[in-house]
Design a protein. Sequence first.
Length: 76
Amino acid sequence: MNLNFDHSAEELFEYYSEEDISFYLWEMYQCWLLELSQMDKTHLEVNNRQYFFQLLAAQVSKQLKQFQEKVPPSSE
């Protein structure tokens, strides 16, 4: 599977607030766990997917912080 999307690396942070990103990640996590609970997955397979999601969320958080450091605060 090739998930090659034509988007800039920073579009996620340009178009969505930190709160929205966290909320959507939480929704994705819940849906994924629900899906896994209905599949015939072993405890180890579920743990591996949970660990993957933790790494994904940590990477998004790291990239968000880097983006916020580069972008000057808005003067609203």
